[in-house]
Design a protein around this ligand. Structure first.
Ligand SMILES: O=C(CO)[C@@H](O)[C@H](O)COP(=O)(O)O
Ligand SMILES: [Fe+2]
Length: 221
């Protein structure tokens, strides 16, 4: 099936004390899914939230598609709790994982889709042996850990390589993506767009989400 343009705002820089309302506002403004950044303070030098928070959010927001971006040292540990919390797509970094196939299978067996994420320093070709099991590949366009960083355009050859070799793969970009950088991502072949600061901080979120989706759509074949 041809890939579709999907916009998933990151709530990392939203008002986390008001997470359900902030998330609902993003969905009402046209977000296709929510990108939830889970950080453990070890894999990245920052700490956010875990499955109890995701489960609470799921209790308030019943039907939206939830992706958790697992920036954690041991993603295998959180598979069952996140599945139980109602996560749809479990995206984990391959860098700290010894047996990516085994972890991916466990994610699938728990009823979630599999996303494989790579940091800027990781070669995209390292993922090739896992692509038959992945539903989504996330190419990080900043060093994971913080919102509001500058977009790394030099990650685009990774996206281009993936799109050329895997025309039906869902390819996600995350970090510094907004109206100024979306053309670059869309031209390279990304179809799932994570955008934090640029969407959450916008005075008109629906306009920014629509702009991002329209640009991606214009490059899809
Ligand atoms: O995973 C991360 C950061 O590690 C991202 O999801 C960012 O939080 C997105 O925020 P912006 O870079 O768009 O502000
Ligand atoms: Fe993220």
């Amino acid at each position: 099936m041809p890939v579709q343009a999907k916009i998933g705002p990151s709530i990392l820089n939203a008002d986390l004390s008001n997470l359900a309302a902030e998330s609902q506002k993003l969905l009402d403004n046209g977000a296709d899914y929510l990108h939830l950044d889970v950080m453990d303070g070890t894999f990245v030098p920052n700490l956010t939230f875990g499955h109890p928070m995701v489960k609470s959010l799921r209790n308030k927001i019943k039907t939206a598609f939830f992706e958790t971006h697992m920036m954690v040292q041991n993603p295998e540990q959180w598979i069952e709790p996140m599945a139980d919390a109602g996560v749809n797509l479990y995206t984990f970094h391959v860098e700290p994982v010894q047996d990516v196939v085994r972890v991916s299978r466990r994610v699938q067996e728990s009823g979630m889709k599999v996303g494989l994420a790579i940091k800027p320093g990781t070669e995209v070709q390292d993922l090739e042996k896992y692509l038959s099991i992945a539903d989504v590949v996330l190419v990080m366009t900043v060093e994971p850990g913080f919102g509001g960083q500058s977009f790394m355009a030099d990650m685009m050859p990774k996206v281009k390589w993936l799109r050329e070799n895997y025309p039906n793969l869902d390819i996600e970009v995350d970090g510094g993506v907004g109206p100024k950088t979306i053309h670059c991502c869309a031209e390279a072949g990304a179809n799932m767009i994570v955008s934090g600061t640029a969407v959450v901080g916008a005075s008109d979120q629906s306009q920014v989400i629509k702009e991002l989706r329209d640009v991606v759509h214009s490059y899809l074949k």
